[in-house]
Ligand binder design. Structure first.
Ligand SMILES: Cc1cc2nc3c(=O)[nH]c(=O)nc-3n(C[C@H](O)[C@H](O)[C@H](O)COP(=O)(O)OP(=O)(O)OC[C@H]3O[C@@H](n4cnc5c(N)ncnc54)[C@H](O)[C@@H]3O)c2cc1C
Length: 486
């Protein structure tokens, strides 16, 4: 175990990509998972909080400690096996997503979850049930987690294989030092949208699902078996530009409906795996770095679709038809004809999120950006209302995100602490507006420390108390990721 006790050595471990900053007394870096149980047992005995650190790309302060010690998974970074036949990869929690993607690519495979920033660790993506552009077709991380090795807060190691340990139906039994523990599973009213806020608690649920998206509050994930898929033969990846946002939203609606109506994966019809929107402010914010953004463009949509060499051309024609029908700037469309151009489009998508984080960090501020999703029926009204609210407040912002999933990142770009305060108040209002429309305060980033107050308002005291009971049974001394969620 490597231990860093000098603040100079551990500065990188106490903040995350949102510029949320915490403090700790030391950072512990186990070389093998076997070193973790004793660390947790000792922390329990002494009542020392332990905060788990992955890649630090989170944007809710989840891995930033308030106090105590940090447990970094940075050296648990082995890709143990990739099994082409079974379509699985066994990895340690500290494996960087980018490294896994490269290793899979060499074997003609890919891992669908792709949360834009690939410097994250697999453990962090599981702890946050991360999504990303491809989640439009494939859903979030949860769907691809087949097995987890977890060290519970009392130091007990457990291995959970999907399908082997389920609640019956309202109680889940897990091992604990010297016996078992019974966890009551309440029925919580979750919003019917993509949602990453709070524990996954459902009657008859699989035990593995309790730890996915629990933001490290219930156990340390050390190893995972992930489902992987054959890499598609061809991939259509384009950015279509539009003269106004309504045309871009109409394009997304048509493409989504087409995707939903597909019964057969082989059908030659539009079936996007990603549908990502950029508003006018986002394009303006990116113009210096991407001078090829067309001058007349006021909105854009990045879409991807998997294809075969037989279907690629006809699918591309269908996409171009849709761009023309919805008033798009067809001649200005970026089409990725090779791997390098495809990477350029990914860089473009990554740049908008990364530049927002850089903007706030360079001013010593904290990121204030929504991660809200609302049901389809309310999305257009919600989007127009929140952009009007931001404009009325006189705040500069960029709005983009996973609009295929009715999921929007409206990020404020405050110039000073005064504007930051106005943005914070408006952010809270926008989040609660999503909740009032049947949506969520977090569709993919999680709650962490930054959104606790909204998380509690979203579910109300009854459901929060039920989630807290689960936490207190697994972690009675509240040592693990203290300050996240509760
Ligand atoms: C530019 C940019 C774009 C992004 N885009 C997306 C996106 O499209 N979709 C999306 O979902 N997210 C996105 N994110 C957020 C982020 O990448 C994800 O939340 C990621 O899953 C976090 O992984 P990490 O390893 O960096 O975790 P960290 O930031 O280190 O930690 C995140 C949380 O997970 C916990 N944790 C970490 N490892 C473990 C473990 N082994 N066991 C238990 N708990 C653990 C931490 O304690 C913390 O609470 C983006 C971030 C950036 C900077």
């Amino acid at each position: 175990m490597i231990v860093k006790t000098s603040p100079d050595e551990f500065q990188d471990f106490i903040r995350d990509a949102s510029n949320f900053t915490g403090n700790c007394s030391a950072v512990y870096i186990p070389q093998t998972p076997d070193e973790i149980p004793a660390l947790l047992t000792g922390a329990n005995e002494k009542g020392i909080p332990v905060t788990i650190s992955g890649g630090g790309t989170g944007i809710t302060g989840g891995r930033c400690p308030n106090e105590g010690i940090v447990l970094s998974t940075g050296h648990l970074n082995k890709i143990i096996t990739i099994d082409n036949i079974q379509g699985i990869a066994r990895v340690q929690a500290g494996v960087i997503l980018h490294d896994l993607q490269c290793a899979l690519d060499q074997q003609g495979l890919f891992y669908p979850p792709d949360p834009t920033e690939t410097n994250c660790c697999i453990g962090g993506t599981i702890a946050t049930n991360a999504s990303g552009a491809r989640s439009f077709l494939y859903g979030p991380t949860r769907r691809f987690v087949k097995e987890l090795s977890v060290i519970l807060p009392d130091g007990t190691p457990v291995t959970l294989k999907r399908g082997e340990r389920t609640a019956s139906p309202g109680t889940l039994i897990l091992p604990r030092a010297g016996g078992t523990m019974q966890i009551p599973i309440p029925e919580i009213a979750y919003p019917a949208v993509k949602n990453a806020a709070g524990y996954y608690l459902h009657y008859g649920m699989d035990a593995i699902d309790l730890f996915i998206g629990a933001e490290g509050t219930l156990g340390v994930i050390t190893e995972a078996v992930l489902g992987v898929l054959p890499r598609p033969q061809c991939l259509i990846s384009c950015v279509a530009f539009f003269p106004d946002s309504n045309s871009a939203l109409e394009f997304i609606d048509f493409a989504r409906q087409s995707g939903n109506s597909v019964n057969n994966i082989e059908e030659t019809t539009l079936q996007p795996r990603a549908l990502e929107f950029f508003d006018e402010h986002s394009l303006n914010f990116l113009r210096t770095d991407f001078p090829n953004i067309p001058e007349t463009a006021r909105a854009a949509v990045w879409f991807e679709q998997e294809a075969t060499s037989d279907t690629e051309e006809s699918l591309l024609d269908l996409w171009m038809d849709l761009i023309i029908t919805t008033n798009g700037l067809a001649d200005d469309t970026w089409y990725a004809a090779d791997a390098a151009a495809m990477q350029d489009i990914h860089t473009f998508r990554h740049a908008i999120s990364a530049k927002v984080n850089e903007f706030v960090t360079s001013r010593g501020l904290r990121k204030i950006g929504t991660d809200t999703a609302v049901p389809h029926r309310n999305f257009a009204g919600y989007y127009h209302q929140i952009t009007e609210l931001a404009a009325e407040a006189g705040l500069y912002y960029v709005a983009y995100g996973h609009f295929g999933d009715f999921h929007v990142h409206l990020n404020f770009l405050p110039k000073n602490t005064g504007e930051l305060e106005v943005a914070q108040a408006l952010y809270d209002k926008i989040c609660m507006l999503a909740v009032s429309m049947g949506g969520t305060i977090s569709a993919e980033h999680g709650v962490g420390k930054a959104k606790k107050h909204l998380f509690h308002k979203m579910y109300g005291p009854g459901a929060i108390a039920q989630m807290q009971i689960v936490k207190s049974i697994l972690d009675p001394a509240n040592i693990l990721n203290r300050g996240n969620l509760f």
